[in-house]
Write a protein that binds this ligand. Structure first.
Ligand code: ADP
Length: 542
């Protein structure tokens, strides 16, 4: 599976899980909220039912309940529908709000405004007394009801009612006067005979009390407002579907955005990696100049920079190797050509064989061997494979040893060689290799100093360092050439220097050995006046 695809799938999984979890939590939270508000609504139902029932009891009719229903509907933000037991609609807030009545959902609540008589306070009364009392209660209730209905019809407010001791809602005072009081009285008189018959029919009943309650109820049915069914809510506003179109759409949109975003992220992440892959392939094919674009400070940017550094190092190493090979070939070609030329001349008898000629040929071969030996030393040193046998010794002493070793050569060249060593200068290192370094510096100083000149070796301490200086009054090195002095095969004057037997590697090897001893080597020089090579090493115990 490609990296891009993996990133894509991983990010996608995270995005989908995150979206899903968020959606789930949101829906759960919303469901709880809705549940809570539905409980709240149930509590409303009871309140609405009570208000509507109270209206009928006080007004003795359902007429005019529409205003109350409209108000209740607005206050409770509920659709309210009242239907009688035959299915006829008494009032519907949808119609009041001038819209088509929507189908109802919830099961209805029965609102029965007709009171049931409670005979508890009168239990144990003699039958005749009980009959009289029930008839009276029935008459009071009828008069109050007809009176209230009449007032409602003429647009007046009936007096408030409250259940009396027998559960019958009655106003504080009975009908007073006026047209409605007359109507109430008439109605009562008109029904008197039937009421009386209904009540006295209970005489002889097994349960006289129950029969009276039943008879009372039957008579009430003839004039009190009928029971109604109360419906709240409508199909389209009650059924709250959380995963409805807007929610589902939003989740879908978030998912689509996640997929697109993830694909872009994956592409963005994979692009630099792909260009790195292509670049590595090119590098492996030998195109060492291959580099990748480095953008950003992130890990991928860092990887690109590392890749470029690696490519540069490889290119540098290859260039160095090519230069070394060219240098080696160049260095060896001259002495070999010389030897070859002389050998051919000898073969052809062009030059006579002589001791001098053989000695010259021997010199040339020796030079070749020196170049090869130095080259081997240098290769080992640069690869860190040069073996050092480190011991503690006095550098000042080593300086004196070097002076003595080169005295003969100095004398032969007419150069004064002196040493000023302020010892002891305890150092830790490979004595033979450091002698090699000093030998190289002294040999060079003597080699580039004309007869009559002087070479001075100085050894002295500086804080923490042991310093050795090789100062000569020789030809010096041009300022422009100084940076190249330690480069392999570099010579100020190739022709002359090769004559003197130098390999052009001496200073390069010296520098490597000094660096391997945590030392420093530097040169200052003035052309025509002389040079100073200064080497320092860590002083033991300094
Ligand atoms: P070589 O073996 O040819 O001397 P080195 O690496 O020791 O090679 O020196 C490199 C070159 O540096 C020499 O060829 C010479 O031109 C220059 N050089 C080194 N030491 C001195 C010096 N003391 N005075 C002038 N030139 C020097």
């Amino acid at each position: 599976m490609s990296f891009r695809l993996r990133v894509f799938l991983l990010t996608l999984v995270v995005a989908v899980v995150a979206t899903g979890a968020t959606a789930w939590f949101s829906l759960r939270f919303m469901a709880q909220q809705i549940d809570r508000s539905q409980q709240e609504a149930t509590r409303h139902v009871a309140g609405i039912a009570d208000t509507v029932r109270a209206y009928a009891r006080r007004h003795g009719t359902w007429a005019g309940v529409a205003d109350r229903v409209r108000q209740l509907s607005v206050d409770n933000n509920q659709r309210i529908r009242l239907v009688n037991l035959n299915g006829q609609v008494t009032v519907d807030s949808d119609n009041l709000a001038k819209r088509a009545a929507r189908p109802v959902v919830a099961a209805p609540t029965l609102i029965n405004p007709r009171p049931a008589l409670s005979l508890d306070p009168r239990l144990g009364l003699a039958a005749a007394k009980a009959d009289g009392f029930v008839l009276e209660e029935l008459a009071r209730y009828r008069r109050a009801t007809v009176y209230a209905r009449c007032l409602t019809d003429v647009g007046q407010d009936p007096p408030p009612v409250a259940p009396d001791a027998y559960g019958i809602p009655l106003p504080a005072a009975g009908p007073q006067r006026g047209e409605c009081a007359v109507q109430a009285r008439d109605a009562q008189e008109y029904a008197q005979a039937d009421d009386s018959t209904a009540i006295t029919n209970c005489r002889g009943a097994a349960d006289h009390g129950a029969c009276l309650v039943q008879a009372f109820g039957n008579r009430v049915e003839t004039f009190a407002p009928e029971p109604l069914q109360l419906f709240l809510g409508a199909v389209d506003d009650d059924a709250v579907t959380l995963l409805g179109r807007p929610t589902g759409g939003a989740i879908g949109a978030v998912l689509v955005l996640s997929v697109i975003g993830t694909a872009l992220v994956a592409r963005q992440l994979a692009r630099p990696l792909r260009s790195l892959t292509v670049a590595s392939r090119r590098l492996a094919d030998g195109h060492l100049d291959t580099r990748v674009a480095t953008t950003g400070r992130d890990e991928v940017g860092e990887l690109s920079r590392s890749f470029n550094r690696m490519a540069e190092a490889l290119e540098g190493a290859e260039t160095a190797q090519r230069r070394l090979l060219a240098g080696v070939a160049h260095e060896l070609r001259t002495p070999m050509s010389n030897v070859l030329g002389y050998l051919e001349a000898l073969q052809d008898g062009v030059v006579p064989a002589s001791r001098e000629l053989f000695s010259s040929l021997h010199e040339e071969v020796l030079l070749q061997r020196r170049i090869l030996d130095d080259l081997q030393d240098l290769t080992l040193a640069e690869a860190g494979h040069l073996a050092y046998r480190r011991t503690g010794f006095d550098l000042a002493e080593l300086v004196e040893v070097s002076r003595v070793a080169h005295l003969a050569v100095a004398e032969h060249g007419g150069v004064r060689l002196t040493a000023e060593a302020a010892g002891p200068l305890p150092v830790h290192g490979d004595q033979d290799r450091l002698r090699q370094v000093l030998g190289n510096l002294v040999t060079n100083a003597l080699r580039y100093t004309d007869p009559g000149g002087a070479v001075v070796l100085r050894a002295f301490p500086l804080p923490g360092r042991a310093v050795v200086e090789v100062r000569d009054t020789g030809c010096g090195i041009a300022a422009a050439d100084l940076p190249f002095v330690f480069q392999r095969f570099w010579r100020a004057d190739p022709a002359r220097d090769r004559e003197t037997g130098g390999s052009g590697l001496g200073l390069t090897i010296a520098r490597q050995i000094v660096l391997d001893h945590d030392g420093t080597i530097e040169v200052t020089s003035t052309q025509g006046e002389g040079s100073v090579f200064r080497v320092t090493f860590p002083l033991v115990g300094g």
